[in-house]
Design a protein around this ligand. Structure first.
Ligand SMILES: NC(=O)c1ccc[n+]([C@@H]2O[C@H](COP(=O)([O-])OP(=O)(O)OC[C@H]3O[C@@H](n4cnc5c(N)ncnc54)[C@H](OP(=O)(O)O)[C@@H]3O)[C@@H](O)[C@H]2O)c1
Length: 242
């Protein structure tokens, strides 16, 4: 059984990635933090794609909870190992830095940056021993260009891109690849409330992207065909300058 873990797999981009990985034949572990109903819907879509999956609830920003959940999974699946990790969970809490509450800084960094550490570290050793692994980190255009009103989110995503490049160099000899994907505006719950009409005018391709389009890119990066791509951050943003 080929196993893949997608953090934040219950909705949006994460859900589309779960479905794509299911279509590629992976057993998909769907992480979520609170929205069990949506996570169950993702699981149904995985089964409709003729694959198998399971739910694994944990808060990626809580190191003890992540380690306990991953150790519990390994205990229950002694002969399996997670060969694909998609660090997708993320939130935004936008404000000008002048008005930004400390808690909004900490939450966005905790999920975006610390979450990368918490989930990746426990899974790395097996990938290195097996000389097989794919890690894809969900960054953002915000982490490349910086976006006013998103100092916390830009910092989390920019940090994630830098960590991607560093880790890729650490593990390349063991045939583990690490890449980041930087979407622009993708139609999910996260962009609810944004002025789509106005923002669309700034996008050369003149529309928001769809989660399935991001999932196709992630599917390629985890495939054998992408074996020579590592340490990269690949934009998928309709032509936004980043
Ligand atoms: N949409 C965009 O335009 C866009 C653009 C660039 C980058 N991104 C990035 O793409 C990723 C997915 O975004 P999205 O638009 O699909 O977001 P979304 O629709 O808001 O979904 C967020 C997902 O993250 C999960 N999540 C949130 N906090 C978590 C935590 N502490 N622990 C575990 N899971 C957690 C949610 O789980 P629950 O369902 O349980 O809440 C949900 O599955 C994020 O990293 C985001 O920053 C999105």
């Amino acid at each position: 059984m080929k196993c893949a873990l997608v953090t934040g797999g219950s909705r949006g981009i994460g859900r589309a990635i779960c479905v794509k990985l299911a279509q590629m034949g992976y057993h998909v572990i769907v992480n979520y933090v609170s929205n069990e109903g949506e996570a169950i819907k993702t699981l149904q879509l995985i089964e409709e794609a003729s694959s198998t999956g399971e739910l694994l609830k944990f808060d990626v920003s809580d190191n003890a909870a992540v380690v306990a959940a991953l150790e519990g999974w390994q205990e229950a699946h002694k002969d399996e190992f997670i060969e694909v990790l998609v660090n997708n969970a993320g939130i935004r809490k936008d404000n000008l830095l002048l008005w930004m509450e400390e808690d909004d800084w900490d939450k966005v960094m905790g999920i975006g940056m610390k979450g990368f550490y918490n989930v990746t570290r426990p899974l790395l050793q097996k990938m290195l021993v097996k000389k097989c692994g794919r890690i894809v980190n969900m960054a953002s255009v915000s982490g490349l260009s910086g976006i006013a009103g998103q100092c916390n989110y830009s910092a989390a995503k920019g940090g994630m891109i830098a960590a991607t490049k560093a880790l890729a160099q650490e593990v390349a000899r063991k045939k583990v690849t690490v890449n980041a994907v930087a979407p622009g505006f993708i139609r999910t719950d996260m962009v609810d409330g944004l002025n789509e009409q106005e923002l669309t005018k700034t996008i050369p391709l003149n529309r928001f992207g769809e989660p399935e389009e991001v999932a196709e890119l992630v599917g390629f990066l985890v495939s054998d065909k992408a074996g020579y791509i590592t340490g990269q951050c690949i934009s998928i943003n309709g032509g936004l300058y980043s």
